[in-house]
Design a protein around this ligand. Sequence first.
Ligand SMILES: Nc1ncnc2c1ncn2[C@@H]1O[C@H](COP(=O)(O)OP(=O)(O)OP(=O)(O)O)[C@@H](O)[C@H]1O
Ligand SMILES: [Mg+2]
Length: 225
Amino acid sequence: MPVVEVQDVVKEYERGGQPLLALDGVSLSIESGTFVSITGPSGAGKSSLLHLLGGLDRATRGSVRVDHAELQELSDDALTAFRRQRLGFVFQFFNLLPTLSAWQNVALPRLLDGVPLRRTRARAVELLEQMGLADRVAHRPAELSGGELQRVAIARAMVADPVLILADEPTGNLDSVTGHGVLSRLKGCAADGRTVVMVTHDASAAAFGDRTVELRDGRILADRT
Ligand SMILES: Nc1ncnc2c1ncn2[C@@H]1O[C@H](COP(=O)(O)OP(=O)(O)OP(=O)(O)O)[C@@H](O)[C@H]1O
Ligand SMILES: [Mg+2]
């Protein structure tokens, strides 16, 4: 069973009173345990597609199914809960809270689901260990390198045990060696049976994926495994 099933999706924005087609009939099916790279030039619709998969935005037309849920049919509240419980997000600029330690940042999404931070501590520490950060657990973001910050962010994305991890340019702010360390960790997440969808400009980053979907002008131009 595919974990992601996108059918005939159109995403239309409005700019200066004119309609703008960011996605123009995209269909895509992703099997669980796959690491998929989404590439394409600026403006191709990569982030738009990722936002639809993540329930951060809604399609104008078409169907977006993730883990058996039709996201188009969920209420805003249900979508928020779905995101927190089933999905993990990794962003280019890490989005960690500066006043919290690494483990507290990892545990934070559970707090939003009503689980006290201290009850998630053991799980947060375990995830940081898996990311090679056993000796960084109590560090604040300002005391960590870019690669370390992004590995904390991956641990945070994993804390709710998501089926799908979505990453938008996760190595966009890192040098290539550090970036490859981060990509290996994402690949490890997929090897554990999770599904990873990553948007990237960088061909060498895309090559970490099992499959590369290339977008151009809101359409799928190529789909290689
Ligand atoms: N909120 C919005 N309002 C209006 N237009 C938008 C909005 N978001 C994106 N667009 C437009 O939709 C198109 C696709 O944008 P998108 O952000 O998906 O591209 P991208 O492939 O992620 O590009 P980049 O590589 O630069 O991040 C672009 O023409 C963009 O200007
Ligand atoms: Mg983008």
